[in-house]
Design a protein around this ligand. Sequence first.
Ligand SMILES: Cc1cc2nc3c(=O)[nH]c(=O)nc-3n(C[C@H](O)[C@H](O)[C@H](O)COP(=O)(O)O)c2cc1C
Length: 181
Amino acid sequence: MKLIGISGSLVGWKTNVLIHEVLTAAKTYDENIETELIDLRDYDVEFVQGSPLAYYNEDTFKVVNKILSADFLVIGSPIYQASISGALKNLLDHLPIDAFKGKVTGMVTTAGSANHFLVSEYQLKPILSYFKGIVPTTSVFSNDDSFNEVNEIIDPNVSDRIQKLAEEMIHLQKGLNGKNS
Ligand SMILES: Cc1cc2nc3c(=O)[nH]c(=O)nc-3n(C[C@H](O)[C@H](O)[C@H](O)COP(=O)(O)O)c2cc1C
């Protein structure tokens, strides 16, 4: 099973760190799980302009196809203006409507303050559900206080939720795969 993590920040590193930790936890829980972190700053994903996918640049084509080939995904975003990042939303705009059918799609968000902890529930979750993703009951939210100055996670609750999210995602995905086979 391949688990892909997406980090939707082009600015700092907290989203990347959180997604990396979820992937590490998943691998620790089940060493057979293959993981890959897609950090959007590493790819030149073009703005959606209505063309078929093949007309976009190589990076856009590559990232979309990586996402479609994943068995399950964990999607991370910084909170920008009380919402998900524009970079992540643009990537999601490239996907077909059944992109996450039969796939578990975990949510990870990080914000400056604790005020926006429900953004994933009210904004990211409906998008993932629209793509037919199965969203776990556990999600991860952090804010600036969850990290030290070198972007290490210092909040044990965040670390705990990362473990719980990884475990729940694997359980759910294995259940779905068993049902479909
Ligand atoms: C353009 C922009 C908008 C932001 N808007 C919010 C916001 O509405 N609420 C909030 O709590 N933090 C906001 N922040 C802070 C980021 O969510 C926070 O610094 C986050 O941890 C950055 O993640 P990163 O290190 O992965 O880039 C904003 C930051 C930027 C750059």
